[in-house]
Design a protein around this ligand. Sequence first.
Ligand SMILES: Cc1ncc(COP(=O)(O)O)c(C=O)c1O
Length: 484
Amino acid sequence: MDVHVRLDGQRDLSGQIYRQLRTAIHDGLLRPGDRLPPTRELGRRLEVARNTVGVAYERLVAEGYADSRVGSGTYVRTTGLPMGGTATATDTTTHSGLRPRALWAGLSPWAAPETSGPTTAAHDFRVGLPDARLFPYDAWRPLIARELRFSAAGTVGYGDPAGHAGLRAALARHIGLSRGVRTGPDDVLVTTGTQQALDLIGRVLLDPGDRVAVEEPGYPPARLPFLAQGAEVTGVPVDAEGLLVDAIPPDTRAVYVTPAHQFPLGMAMSLRRRAALLQWARRHGAAVIEDDYDSEFRFGGRPVETLQSLDRDGHVIYVGSFSKVMLPSLRVGFLVAPAPLRAALRTAKYTVDWHTAVPTQAALARFVDDGLLARHVRRMQHTYATRHRAITKALTDHFADLTTLVPSAAGLHVTAFTRGHLTEPDALADLAVRARASGVAVYTLAEVAANRSACPGFVFGYGSISAPDIEPGLHRVLGQPRDS
Ligand SMILES: Cc1ncc(COP(=O)(O)O)c(C=O)c1O
């Protein structure tokens, strides 16, 4: 363990070493069981006699902070430390006069329902998570391992900000085939998830004060990158066909939409509405940001054309993500932008983080090229379709008096508006709290949506819940006695 010790002058050198090591143990920087540097080595580094360090160590041992093991060294004591366990680092910076720009005071990450890690809940209706239990780890691991060798190109030097050439080619083919997106490898920019794609778009497109229209209710994280550019973000209502194009303010510079599977309601934007949105964008010279998340999993109905493939005038920026088809923790997404934006977007990407991790990109390229992605999507499509059917049937068969299901044929969640006594926000919130206390991870529409006053309802994710657990889980949420 390389410990930083700073000596001042020539007096009481042993005492100085002793006190700093003791503080490091108190602050938890040196943890129980850690080996202190050999006295000879620390003495050499500090340019003091070995014995000076030895005296400091003896004091730590005498006071119960360390144990000396003959022939092995001196170790931080594992039990019965004088301060009664590991402490956290003292925060010496709370008095700093440094402050973020005022803009940042009003921004915070999505206070989302938990979206990380496994849950202890018996019934997991969390939103936005694929089934990590079914990820093809055995196929993925050798691909990553292959990239983490010296001979692999990805391990040497920096990569192209626009992304790994093989992945861009694979992606262009993949979305061309599966989504009808008209693109080539040079048009694709690999990003660290959708979130970064939106950030890059905001950077190159928006001036402070520009207006961005977003869906309401909508996906909360999408607003942040625009707000961080100083843009005005305006919520525009949606109906059963998607965004109400007539309600977009005329001075809007960019419109962010989720046409494949509206977040959080779940319906697809109708073809008629898509055409109207494109016409609006053309008339107003605005950009349309198409977040095509959740489009990979469809359960019937004819797929509607992407806005990008319908666009004839270069108004659409298409954004895709691997968070649902692979894993959100990989943080890989991409965008396809009209030609005049590409150079600026590539420079913006370079500015932000140079490039997305190359070994992950290279492994993903092979995953796509070798047909493993298509195979995984096919398998998961079947699994999620079964769950979608199970949840739709259970809600219709057992809870039609309490809920109205929003029709949806894609994605990893369904939304059900609530009726009767469950239209009252407090009653609904109370039901959700009690459900969670009883081991069901479930969230109301207001909890997952930007626009807290969204219609009363629940958003039921089925990415992480097995089909047989769905109906019992719903009973534990909606079958609760009214006043328990
Ligand atoms: C509307 C929407 N877009 C995109 C994403 C994926 O975002 P990312 O690629 O940053 O993980 C999600 C994830 O839940 C989402 O709900």
